[in-house]
Design a protein around this ligand. Structure first.
Ligand code: SF4
Ligand code: SF4
Ligand code: SF4
Ligand code: FES
Length: 758
């Protein structure tokens, strides 16, 4: 449908702009600078700073352009003596109680108030009264606060409410003594730090980075987050070979997440330069002996000889190859090629917790991007908890409902926090989510699904009616925990629930940053699970090559599996249970030290860029494998260049056909992999029905809503290296004093170390 246009005149020039557009956006888009503090695109209006003033013909006073929608024939002036005087006056008021000590403020150099004062401020301060004073404090291990710098734009409170659904901070006090604060002076929230990101002044600050460097001393590298599958774009700020902070600040990066990051993306980076990183290759010359440091040449030669021996003695399938879904596409591609073309084994897999192979094998509709989610009309969420496990998706759902009027249908055995946004909540028995997939595939299955899930069949009809009444996008998102049969049917749901004026898009919710890429690089196409791989250890599999260790969940109950192997090689960042059994340990570089790509849960292929040189003697995972291949007699000719590997991916992987790094250079225009759409076999629904019939109908529904941070704060292999996470995992204790960093408590809870999560 063609967009209706309105004619506006701005500073004497005529433009045709979409009807309904906001005046401040239109002026900026047409190149007319308008200052603002409280306006923030896609947040509820605040209209309190009055910096965005313009003159509109036929209107009596200056108008705030952030609150005006353009109408046909509007004549606007953005620059005049009158406007400038008003803006300078507002700026002067903002500074009336604000300290004028930018050199000691942590936001100095990237502060919007500082910049505005240079551009629009008066040169002299006329107020001589004593300014209000408030002591600096910590609001949590992640958030530091200097209340006197606040200009009450309330971006922070709106972001906390609208993006995070948390309302953890609010303005307190009255008149000139109003400050931003929190209940009892301590933040019990998800610690995303988005309030820090959007704060235009030095009021809310990154407590983990504070006073370390000035922003202009940091080299900024745009890259992709290495935690969850949402694939947020971020800027890694490094100095002296160390990543000092991570931001999504729009002056540096403009990706799918805007200025949003969750706690892991923003504060999880200190593992990169952690002192426990493995420094050199190491060889254990005899079982039970010690790992002895070795040169790269020695280690690679040793691995090549031992793998050759195992292949000779037991055959090629006796070698298992395992890659982490955290690795880049380049590393996983080279690893798969190593497994199939060089070793010649059928036993390769990833250390993911769940496989999406059945979903992609039967994909019947395109994948939804995060933008699609934000503007969807109906969202069906089956299982999972995106607020905790894929926080950008969680934020998009909240905004779609709150700011876009979308309807959320929630199918879950737990009343997760997103229940607050749900129009329909199908509270099912644990493990029966797939019964609802069956019911949506055909109403004849309603009674069976309702009985197994212990819900009212009328609720299923209500959900179906809501979907069928939708005009616009319906997004079906689901946890990767769903069985293969359920994934198969769900992948084809668009055939049943799609219709005239209604587009169905799919959004899987795997756990890791490159779970989708691992599938695309065909590391999962043999359908060998990591559990099966461990069960084969010492039996049919005699040697294993592991890039990234097994997860604690894989090894639980199989603790001795790896020690049964004749030979185990592990590429890793840190020593762990997998390296403990290894005969050779090879130091791998982290995502901050390599070039490459990750593919997110929307199928967007996004760049990972080297921010710092590889630490110690570490190397990129793909480079280690290529070096080993060369030792074994096969030179793949990548010439130390990740882009050469990616070029080959563009030639060999149909969904990535024609992709090259230059095509992916603009993070604001991400490129989606072209996953093939398939027809599924007719018996898929029958298979699922048989599975659902076999489901136990006695599980107890969970009635308590999990606390904020239940998953986010669980210590993982990477976040356990960050002391602030340790405090959060131990309940985020409120310290006796908030005047100094809460980290001083760490000594007190040193004995409370928690088990490491997956
Ligand atoms: S850290 Fe996030 S959740 Fe906590 S107050 Fe700030 S915006 Fe809200
Ligand atoms: S703390 Fe920052 S974002 Fe919040 S109201 Fe004050 S200046 Fe605005
Ligand atoms: S939402 Fe996911 S991708 Fe984004 S910052 Fe958090 S962990 Fe990283
Ligand atoms: S930006 Fe318009 S009033 Fe603040």
């Amino acid at each position: 449908m063609a967009t209706e246009l309105a004619k506006v005149t701005i500073n004497g020039k005529e433009f045709e702009v979409p009807k309904g557009a906001r005046l401040i956006d239109v002026c900026r888009e047409k190149g007319f600078d308008i200052p603002s503090f409280c306006y923030y695109a896609d947040l509820a209006l605040q209209a309190s700073c009055r910096m965005c003033l313009v003159r509109i013909e036929k209107m009596p006073k200056l108008q705030t352009s952030c609150t005006i929608i353009v109408t046909d024939g509007m004549v606007v002036t953005t620059q005049s003596e009158e406007i400038e005087k008003a803006q300078r006056g507002m700026n002067e008021f903002l500074l009336a109680n604000h300290p004028l000590d930018c050199p000691v403020c942590d936001r100095g150099g990237e502060c919007e108030l500082q910049e505005m004062s240079f551009d629009w401020g008066g040169l002299e301060e006329r107020f001589t009264e004593q300014k209000n004073y408030y002591a600096e404090r910590y609001l949590s291990p992640m958030v530091a606060n200097d209340p006197q710098r606040c200009i009450l734009c309330k971006r922070c409170t709106r972001v906390c409410d609208e993006w995070m659904g948390e309302e953890a901070i609010e303005a307190g006090g009255r008149g000139a003594h109003t400050v931003i604060g929190t209940y009892m002076g301590w933040l019990d929230c998800s610690q995303c730090g988005n309030c820090i990101e959007v704060c235009p002044t030095g009021t809310l600050l990154d407590a983990t980075y504070r006073h370390q460097t000035r922003p202009w001393e940091l080299a900024q590298t745009i890259s992709t987050c290495n935690f969850c599958s949402d694939g947020c774009q971020m800027s890694l700020g490094s100095r002296g070979g160390e990543v000092r902070r991570v931001v999504a600040r729009d002056r540096y990066v403009n990706g799918i997440n805007g200025e949003f990051l969750c706690i892991k993306g923003r504060f999880g980076h200190p593992f990169i330069n952690h002192e426990d990183r493995i420094r050199t290759p190491m060889i254990r010359y005899k079982k039970g002996g010690k790992l002895i440091p070795a040169t790269w040449d020695e280690a690679i030669r040793h691995v090549a000889e031992r793998l050759d021996t195992v292949a000779e003695n037991h055959g090629r399938n006796a070698i298992g190859v395992v890659g982490s879904p955290r690795l880049t596409n380049e590393a996983l591609y080279v690893l798969r090629k190593f497994a199939t073309d060089l070793v010649g084994t059928e036993n390769y897999t990833t250390t993911d917790l769940h496989s999406l192979q059945p979903f992609f094998d039967n994909l019947g509709a395109p994948l939804a991007t995060h933008r699609d989610i934000r503007y969807a009309k109906t969202i069906l969420l089956i299982g999972g908890d995106p607020s905790e496990l894929q926080p950008l998706t969680g934020k998009q759902i909240r905004q779609a409902v709150r700011n876009g009027g979308a309807q959320l249908i929630l199918v879950n055995s737990t009343p997760i926090r997103l229940r607050e946004q749900a129009a329909i909540f199908l509270h099912v028995r644990p493990g029966t989510e797939e019964a609802l997939v069956l019911a949506l595939a055909g109403s004849t299955n309603n009674a069976l699904a309702a009985q197994k899930a212990d819900i009212d069949a009328a609720q299923i009809d209500a959900a179906r009616d809501m979907i069928n009444a939708t005009t616009g996008d319906v997004i079906v998102m689901f946890t990767a925990e769903l069985s293969g049969a359920a994934q198969t049917v769900l992948a084809q749901l668009s055939k049943v629930i799609g219709g005239e004026g209604r587009r169905v898009l799919l959004h899987p919710l795997p756990l890791f940053n490159n779970s989708v890429g691992a599938h695309d690089m065909r590391m999962t196409d043999r359908n060998v699970s990591p559990y099966e791989m461990l069960d084969m250890a010492g039996e049919t599999i005699k040697a294993m090559y592991v890039a990234g260790g097994f997860l604690p969940g894989h090894l639980a109950g199989r603790e001795n599996a790896l020690s049964k192997l004749e030979f185990l090689v592990v590429q890793e960042l840190f020593e762990n249970e997998t390296t403990a059994a290894a005969d050779v340990v090879l130091p791998a570089a982290s995502y901050a030290e390599v070039d490459g790509t990750f593919t997110n849960n929307s199928g967007l292929v996004q760049r990972v860029r080297q921010s710092i040189p590889p630490l110690h003697q570490s190397k990129a995972d793909w480079m280690i494998v290529a070096q080993l291949a060369k030792e074994l007699g096969l030179d793949w000719g990548y010439e130390l260049s990740a882009s050469a590997v990616f070029r080959e991916i563009g030639e060999q992987v149909p969904a990535y056909s024609g992709m090259r790094y230059p095509l992916l250079k603009d993070e604001s225009q991400p490129v989606q992999a072209k996953h093939a759409l398939n027809q599924t076999v007719d018996s898929a629904v029958e298979d699922l029905r048989r599975r659902v019939e076999g489901l136990a109908a006695n599980g107890e529904k969970i009635t308590a809503t999990p606390d904020v941070g239940t998953e986010l704060f669980r210590l993982g292999r990477l976040t356990e290296k960050v002391p602030q996470f340790e405090l959060l995992a131990n309940g985020n204790p409120r310290p006796e004093t908030t005047a100094v960093s809460p980290l001083y408590q760490i000594k007190g809870i040193a004995d409370l170390r928690l088990p490491i999560a997956d």
